[in-house]
Design a protein around this ligand. Structure first.
Ligand SMILES: O=C(O)COP(=O)(O)O
Length: 233
């Protein structure tokens, strides 16, 4: 049976125990798009191009510097000036990592509730650790997270299962007892690869043409607090 509101399989759910929650960072835990867009627009500024609106850049914000440079500068890692443009982007981002970035509305209440229930939570992101750590510190959540797994913590990043396994190893909880909230298909692929239940954050950086029904997710939610409906007391 599929739950009409959330699309999860009720019989799976009834048999499951959630002991921890893991989050993707960009577009799931925090709304990083404004600062990522500012970094991209700084690149455009250096090339005498007008800024692009946030709405154009937002759907790419889960795809890191390469995704933003593709849509904002029409370059790929093979382009001759890619490295130079990426360095301008990353330099600006590193120096302005938490100017406009904030947790999505309801996320701090969700984290408070998880902690109240003694459920450990952590981050599994593809963001390199030199950005993940200062961002989580600036947001005030670095010390509260049970794990911070970045794109370069393991030799492989999502959708490879390594980061998910690493998170489970650190928090000492089996993947099948974790929920993973993310806003990209690779998040669901990584979760599924370790038998963890992936939940789509529909409020995240999802393109209008994304076929979420093909992402093989356990559930979809429209606000962070809806996740609590998947974690009965
Ligand atoms: O910076 C990236 O590559 C994306 O990061 P995410 O995995 O938190 O969406």
């Amino acid at each position: 049976m599929i739950d009409q509101d959330f699309g999860f399989r009720t019989e799976d759910w009834e048999a499951a125990t959630v002991k921890a929650v893991l989050f993707d960072l960009d577009g799931t835990f925090a709304d990083t798009a404004p600062d990522l867009a500012a970094a991209l627009n700084q690149v455009r500024f250096t090339r005498n191009l007008t800024p692009l609106p946030l709405e154009v850049l937002r759907p790419q914000a889960s795809h890191g510097s390469a995704g933003l440079l593709k849509v904002g500068m029409n370059v790929t890692p093979d382009s001759p000036d890619f490295i130079e443009l990426r360095d301008i982007f990353l330099n600006h981002y590193a120096n302005n990592i938490c100017v406009h970035t904030a947790l999505f509305e309801g996320m701090s209440d969700l984290i408070n509730e998880l902690e109240l229930r003694s459920l450990p939570w952590g981050i599994v992101t593809n963001k390199p650790h030199i950005y993940t750590l200062p961002l989580m510190q600036a947001l005030g959540y670095a010390d509260r997270a049970a794990c911070l797994i970045s794109g370069d913590t393991c030799s492989n990043a999502k959708p490879h299962p390594d980061p998910m396994n690493k998170a489970c190893e650190i928090i000492n909880i089996a993947p099948e007892n974790c929920l993973y909230l993310g806003d990209d298909v690779r998040d669901m692929q990584a979760a599924n690869a370790v038998n963890m239940r992936g939940v789509i954050a529909r409020y995240g950086y999802i393109s209008a043409d994304a076929k979420l029904e093909n992402w093989a997710a356990h559930a979809m939610i429209d606000t962070p607090l809806e996740l609590l409906k998947l974690i009965p007391l």
